[in-house]
Write a new protein. Structure first.
Length: 410
C-alpha cells in the first residue's frame, strides 16, 4: 500500500544529508565542545559553524542564537525569562488566543505568579488585529508574544507591523516561529523581532533540538543553572549532533527556499482544489492567502475528524485533526473555536500539512481515496442525516476540561 505523509506540521522526516551529518557527530567527531583537546576543539568548531548557519536563516548575528531542546523550551525561556528579568518595569504580558500550548501555558503560569495577561482575540481567518493589539498595550506592558504562523490553520500574522509597534513602545516582542522557520523568509531585524523560537524537527532536522534568538540587549534571565554553556542561558553539555544537524537544515532550507515554497504551494493548491471540486460541503479554515505554503485545513461538515483520520490511516495516509484528543475526549481545538467555528464544524476539521518530501503522486493518491471515504462516513453519520440541528446539540453537550486534553496536532 502507498504511504502518504501529510502531517509535517507535527513533525518532518529528517533530511538525508542532515541525518548523515548527525551520525558523523555521534560516531567519529564525538568530542565535548567544552574540552580543550583536539576532540573538543573540533566539536566546538562545528557548534560555532552551526550557530552561524542558524543565524543566517533568520537574519540574526550568531551571538544572538542559543541552542535549546526545541520549541517548547525556547517558548518557556522567552516568556518566563523576559517576565522575571523585567518585572520591575511592569507585569503585563500580551499574547493571542491561537498560540501553541507551549506559549499559552507558560503565560497562564505567569498569571498565577502575579503577572497580568491579555489574550488577544483573532478574526474568522485566525489573524490578530493590529488595532486591537495597540488598544491592549498599557504603560506596564513588558512583552508581546504572537506566533509567526499557526500550526493548525497555517495563518500568518502581521509580524512586521506588530514588531514595529512593539519597538516604538519599547516593549519586547517574542514570536513562536516554529512553523515558519525554514518554510518562509524571516528577517528578525527588518521585522523588529526581539525573541524568536524555532524547532529543528519542523524543518527536517532531528527532534529534541531547537534554538532561541535573543536580540542583543534584551533583558532576559535564564531558567536553569549549571555549567556555563550557551553563555549561561541554557547550561548543559551541548547536543552537538543535533546542533550540527540544525545548522545543516538551516543552510539547506535557506538555499532551497524560493523554489521549495513555489513547489509546495502548487502541490497544496492542487490538493485543496481537488478536495473542493470532489467533495461537497467543505469549509476552508484559515486565511485564503496569508497562510503557510504547505497547509490545508478544512472542515468536512457532518463528520468527526477522528473517524476521518482513522479511515485515512487505513489507506496509508497520515493527517491530523483539530478535534484529535489523545484522551479520547471531544474538546475541539482552541484555535478553531477562537476563529468562531461552532463545535460541530471544529470537530470535522482535517489538517493536511505538506513538506518538500511530498510529491504529485501523494496528492493524486489522496484525491483518489478521499471522496469515497467522506461519502461512506457521511452515509453512516446520524449528523449528516439530520443535517446540523442535532450535531450542534450533541457537540455542545460534550465538554472536556483543558487539562484532560493533550496538545492536538502539536
Ligand atoms: C511543534 C510546535 C512547538 C513545540 O516544539 P517542540 O520542538 O516539539 O517542543 C511549539 N510551537 C509551535 C507553533 C509548534 O508547531
Amino acid at each position: 500500500m502507498k504511504k502518504v505523509y501529510f502531517d509535517n506540521a507535527a513533525t518532518t522526516q529528517t533530511d538525508k544529508d542532515v541525518a548523515a551529518t548527525v551520525l558523523e557527530y555521534m560516531t567519529n567527531t564525538f568530542g565535548n565542545p567544552g574540552s580543550v583537546h583536539a576532540f573538543g576543539r573540533e566539536a566546538r568548531k562545528a557548534v560555532d559553524i552551526a550557530r552561524e548557519q542558524v543565524a543566517k536563516l533568520i537574519g540574526a548575528q550568531s551571538s544572538e542564537i542559543f541552542f535549546t531542546s526545541g520549541g517548547t523550551e525556547s517558548d518557556n525561556i522567552s516568556l518566563k525569562g523576559v517576565a522575571y528579568a523585567n518585572r520591575n518595569r511592569g507585569k503585563h504580558i500580551i499574547t493571542s488566543a491561537i498560540e501553541h500550548h507551549a506559549v499559552l501555558e507558560p503565560c497562564e503560569a505567569l498569571k498565577k505568579e502575579g503577572f497580568d495577561l491579555t489574550i488577544l482575540p483573532v478574526d474568522e481567518f485566525g489573524r490578530v488585529s493590529v488595532e486591537t493589539l495597540k488598544a491592549a498595550i498599557r504603560p506596564d506592558t513588558i512583552l508581546i508574544s504572537v506566533m509567526f504562523a499557526n500550526n493548525e490553520v497555517g495563518t500568518m500574522q502581521p509580524i512586521a507591523e506588530i514588531g514595529a509597534i512593539a519597538r516604538e513602545r519599547g516593549i519586547y516582542f517574542h514570536t513562536d516561529a516554529v512553523q515558519a522557520v525554514g518554510n518562509w523568509p524571516i528577517d528578525v531585524k527588518a521585522m523588529n523581532i526581539d525573541l524568536l523560537t524555532m524547532s529543528g524537527h519542523k524543518f527536517h532536522a532531528p527532534k529534541g533540538i531547537g534554538a532561541l534568538y535573543v536580540r542583543k540587549g534584551v533583558r532576559i534571565r535564564s531558567l536553569q543553572q549549571g555549567g556555563g554553556q550557551e553563555r549561561h542561558m541554557r547550561p548543559g553539555t551541548e547536543n552537538v549532533p543535533g546542533i550540527v544537524g540544525l545548522g545543516m537544515a538551516a543552510e539547506k532550507s535557506l538555499a532551497e527556499m524560493p523554489e521549495k515554497i513555489d513547489r509546495i504551494q502548487k502541490l497544496r493548491d492542487r490538493l485543496l482544489a481537488g478536495i473542493m471540486e470532489n467533495v461537497p460541503e467543505i469549509k476552508l479554515n484559515g486565511h485564503p492567502t496569508l497562510r503557510l505554503p504547505g497547509n490545508v485545513n478544512v472542515s468536512v461538515i457532518y463528520i468527526e475528524g477522528e473517524s476521518l483520520l482513522l479511515n485515512l490511516d487505513m489507506k496509508g495516509i497520515a493527517a491530523s485533526s483539530g478535534s484529535a484528543c489523545t484522551s479520547g475526549s471531544l474538546d475541539p481545538s482552541h484555535v478553531l473555536l477562537a476563529m468562531g467555528l461552532d463545535h460541530a464544524t471544529a470537530h470535522g476539521s482535517l489538517r493536511l500539512s505538506l513538506s518538500k518530501m511530498n510529491t504529485d503522486e501523494d496528492v493524486d493518491y489522496f484525491l483518489a481515496e478521499f471522496p469515497a471515504i467522506v461519502a461512506r462516513l457521511r452515509s453512516m453519520s446520524p449528523l449528516y442525516a439530520t443535517r446540523g440541528s442535532q450535531a450542534a446539540q450533541r457537540c455542545e453537550s460534550a465538554s472536556c476540561k483543558e487539562s484532560e486534553c493533550e496538545i492536538r496536532g502539536s
